[in-house]
Write a protein that binds this ligand. Sequence first.
Ligand SMILES: Cc1cc2nc3c(=O)[nH]c(=O)nc-3n(C[C@H](O)[C@H](O)[C@H](O)COP(=O)(O)OP(=O)(O)OC[C@H]3O[C@@H](n4cnc5c(N)ncnc54)[C@H](O)[C@@H]3O)c2cc1C
Length: 397
Amino acid sequence: MQSTYHPIARDIVLVGGGHSHVGVLKRFGMAPEPGVRLTLICTDVHTPYSGMLPGYVSGHYSYDDAHIDLSRLAVFAGARLYRDDVTGVDRTNGTVLCRNRPPVPYDLLSINIGSTPQMHTVPGADTFATPVKPITRFNTRWLALLERVQQRTTGVLRIAVVGAGAGGVELVLSMQYRLQRELAALGRSAALLEFHLLSAADAILPTHNARVRHKFAAVLAQRGVHVHLQAHVVRAEADRLHCASGLTLEVDEAMWVTQAGGAPWLQGTGLELNAGGFIVVNDQLQTVTDPHIFAAGDIAAMQNYPLEKAGVFAVRMGVPLADNLRRAVQGKPLRAYHPQSRWLALISTGDRYAVASRGRLGFWGAWVWHWKDWIDRRFMKKFATFPTSVRTDRHVP
Ligand SMILES: Cc1cc2nc3c(=O)[nH]c(=O)nc-3n(C[C@H](O)[C@H](O)[C@H](O)COP(=O)(O)OP(=O)(O)OC[C@H]3O[C@@H](n4cnc5c(N)ncnc54)[C@H](O)[C@@H]3O)c2cc1C
């Protein structure tokens, strides 16, 4: 491998190791940009791949199968990796503010930090419920729940998932599948567990077609999951959830997968945010406020395309984002990204079976799960093995 030293002329700082930034790092690793220093700042060193998260909960995948190791990827990309929480952006001085380290200067900044379930609006939720993100918090709680179930011999354990979009439905079915198997392995009855799914709307999976909704309603009924519609949770306590409808549900564990919002620290950046607190970007994934700042994935709200918050879009944005960051440092005009209007969602039922949903189409089977598994593993392979011959330039950070 040849190594040519270029003085660092421009700093590109990537905030968050989400699905778009892993694509950016891979692309810059494959074709380094002379004079550019990349820095990734991320809370976690292992970032979850959303498509495999339910399969991890089900026990089909190990932690490593379902997570991308950002430290290896950063080495491949010749990027600095700072493990820290970003808490703000000082746009006047062009620096990123972190919880634990001094401000990090940038020439170009890109934000791909995902979204967070909005719990602060529900009293008690922050204390008594577990959001599915950040994943480290969820994982700790999930492992504790696994242990709790393994040790339980009497009394019913009631588990609730708040939010009945694709994430919530997948999560409740995956948790049920795994926990019931754990009990079966110990020779205990599945009746020791009770599952509840709460939807504020009058339907589950409100953004999917009727065929898919009916299929999941049937699966949930067959699996004995109690579905509560129009159950908008307004208060959480240690052992119960109170809904606006008057329903009070006694629960031992509550997982939160509701409509997500943008991180509160974005409010202080002066960037234009939409009503959900997401950063408004143009078709070039550049913020409408500041041409030096880009955003992608769940945290970005494309002003011309109202997109569902889904990992599939975050992944797809990786390529145009990388190209536009490169074009911006080269002083070339940026290119527009036009997301597809219809997209395929492969939603698993926890038991190596999945449902495909696209526009008005819906179909399912064990083969759909195997197809999804093949797609997901192929995606992850790109971040597990790196070609050794392409890097001809590596900056000394
Ligand atoms: C249970 C579940 C199942 C899902 N299944 C699917 C699916 O099958 N298909 C699909 O398309 N979508 C799915 N989704 C949705 C999907 O998870 C999100 O749309 C996707 O993760 C968004 O990707 P992202 O790159 O925007 O952000 P994320 O994947 O959330 O990544 C954000 C990154 O930023 C980091 N970060 C956050 N805040 C900071 C900070 N302040 N400082 C530094 N770093 C920070 C995080 O540590 C993380 O590495 C699912 C969601 C859930 C909850």
